[in-house]
Design a protein around this ligand. Sequence first.
Ligand code: PHE
Length: 451
Amino acid sequence: MDNKRGSFTNKLGFVLAAAGSAVGLGNLWRFPYLAAKYGGGIFLLVYLILAISFGFTLMITEIALGRKTRLSAVGAYQSLNKKFSFLGYLSCLVPFIITPYYCVIGGWVIKYFVVFITNQVSQAANDTFFAAYTAQTSAPIIYFMIYALLTVLVVLMGVEGGIEKASRFMMPVLVILAVFISVFSILQPGAIEGVIYYLKPDFSRFSATTVLAAMGQLFYSMSLAMGIMITYGSYMKKDAHLENSVHQIEIFDTGIAFLAGLMIIPAVFAFSGGSEEALGKGPSLMFVTLPKVFDSMRFGTVIGAVFFLLVLFAALTSSISLTETLVSIVRDKFGWSRRKSCVIIGAYLVILGVPISLGFGLLDFIAPLGMSLLDFFDFISNSVLMPIVAFLTCIFVGFIIKPQAVIEEAEVNGTFRLKKFYTLIIKYIAPVCLIAILLFSVFEVFGIITV
Ligand code: PHE
């Protein structure tokens, strides 16, 4: 993102680049563990409803704001209304919180790749392996640093060429492998109950927390409420049909998350029984369950190694877009060179990432709100900051610049079929729901109410 503003070469290029940022650990690692924890089918249903309503509304808004102003978040809000520049800054805060812990998980993925290529599948399939590993001091830090270094190096060298080409090839491979692993997982004895748990909504499990968790996941997975899609929109050509592009990105992102759940949740039932405890494992779920699947598979070592390599790749394309954002924020703000910005952002990632990694061992006594450090950062960004940014964005578009501004931009090329639906959501439904849910969750965490 050097001084002159490039644009994506064709329509598909934009969709693929946005999807590359969107598809990452959020889909493969975060979605399945939340779905497992929050009641399976009911979580899936709530997520899908939110995706086609809120997700659609926010994504088209952000991309339109970027394309209209040709600026990234801070500049875009500022140029539309001076009083709202703070919203640009607020949304920039989110990637600062997410990126360090994203790299810690990226480090775990590298470790698992190494475990598979060195043929230690059966150890990894053991229930205690993951917890014992993350509790160590130096190894997870080293892998985290390798991951962060890889990310920063790519950002330093510029993203265009290699990464984009590689991702065009690797994303389809990831999809094919995910379908294959899901089928294998569903065919395991006992797995069918997991399929039912995942697909059949149990309405008694519905609560405000389910909605909050699904909403936070939606923002995270689609890279919303942090200014990233504004930046992407600013590179988008005027001849692309906005509404259709948004549908494509959403279908792609949601499809991969759905497949990841299908790969992991039935396997939890087959290998660990569908107990509350097994399903509620949280962040470790992917790392505990999938090795068991691979261990029981013929050629599981090779398939597992390829799988973790692809997860690593999907994660890298996302963390690169996160880091690129951080670098461009400090460059714009302080006028530093690209190299200097990369070094400083790299140092920042290490300073925060090391304690987050140690949060599972040496520093596990630090437990803000009863959470591990990683969960805490995840909570602050996904359950607090993103709903706030999303709420303010809705108010900004709904009542300050008016939905018409976005609709006009979307209609530069073709009609905006869902504009009535869009207006209704952005002005009324989304702000009311966002505030209600945010209050619920914050009260719940602080123990003011119990749901
Ligand atoms: N959406 C990415 C994922 O699902 C995470 C991400 C968020 C990437 C924001 C870039 C920007 O993993």
